[in-house]
Design a protein around this ligand. Structure first.
Ligand code: ZN
Ligand code: ZN
Length: 270
């Protein structure tokens, strides 16, 4: 029995995979793996919740080799100090964003990077790129391993050409589809918050995300994950309907996934 389990682990070590553990305005965390390298991307859930979701997704928390942070907003770092202390792994973060984290009494081993640079984490090549968002030094990422490209871009007010360029030709793309404009306009937020969300340093609407899907997602993107949905100003079925209509032509066979706040996606394995 144990021999079978060891064999399965060895098989797993040879593949590239991504699991979105949580994606919403309330908490964000994903797991990107290749070989023995396992990167926790953002840490917006509590340690307990993060570890429970990893276990549910079939991943041992102790196998995480690094934590990578996109920006310092609470929904991306709420669990970071506790998780980093517990796992005792390096935290990769932009050198400008690092001082904005409420570390408390324990500062983990920091690997500071310049936004816009490319660097290795284990056997994964990580490309960071600047995104327009109202935090200190926000970045999106693309991950390259064994010829597979996984891209993550949430928390951005619009899609500049430079970001569109970074997201093209991804095998897996996690893109923000934050709000339905009409729901946001009539929703519960104060006007100042609505303006922030809609602004060029805020969050992507369903319209902008789905226009990108229609115009620029092609057949290479076998899995499209739309995420960071607002719990108050969006509905998964609206996103699913709009994105399904946008996935036409060469991207007709792209698998569409709407990431959820309360449970992980399956592991997308390559
Ligand atoms: Zn966020
Ligand atoms: Zn943010």
């Amino acid at each position: 029995m144990s021999a079978v389990i060891i064999s399965r682990k060895e098989d797993f070590a040879a593949i590239v995979s991504v699991t979105v553990l949580a994606s919403s305005s309330a908490g964000n965390c994903a797991l990107v793996s290749a070989g023995d390298t396992r990167i926790l991307v953002d840490a917006g859930l509590s340690r307990k919740e993060t570890f429970e979701r990893m276990a549910a997704a079939g991943a041992d928390p102790e196998s995480v080799t690094a934590i990578l942070i996109s920006h310092e907003h609470t929904d991306h770092v709420a669990g970071l100090p506790v998780i980093a202390k517990k796992l005792d792994v390096p935290v990769y973060i932009s050198r400008l964003a690092a001082p904005a984290i409420p570390w408390g009494d324990y500062i983990p081993k920091l690997e500071l990077f310049q936004a816009g640079t490319r660097f290795p984490i284990g056997c994964i090549d990580v490309n960071s790129f600047t995104i327009p968002h109202d935090s200190v030094d926000p970045v999106g990422f693309s991950f390259h391993a064994d010829g597979i490209k996984i891209s993550i871009a949430t928390d951005l007010g619009y899609l500049p050409d430079s970001v569109r360029f970074q997201l093209r030709n991804s095998d897996v793309l996690l893109l923000e589809s934050n709000h339905d404009l009409e729901m946001l306009k009539v929703g519960p937020y104060p006007w100042s918050v609505k303006q922030r969300v809609m602004g060029r340093m805020g969050h992507l609407s369903n319209d902008v995300a789905c226009n990108f899907v229609r115009d620029e997602v092609d057949a290479r993107t076998s899995t499209l994950i739309l995420g960071h949905l607002s719990e108050h100003n969006n509905h998964p079925e609206i996103v699913r309907l709009m994105a399904t209509q946008a996935l036409k032509g060469p991207s007709l066979f792209t698998r569409l996934v709407i990431a959820e706040a309360h449970r992980p996606t399956e592991a997308f394995i390559y």
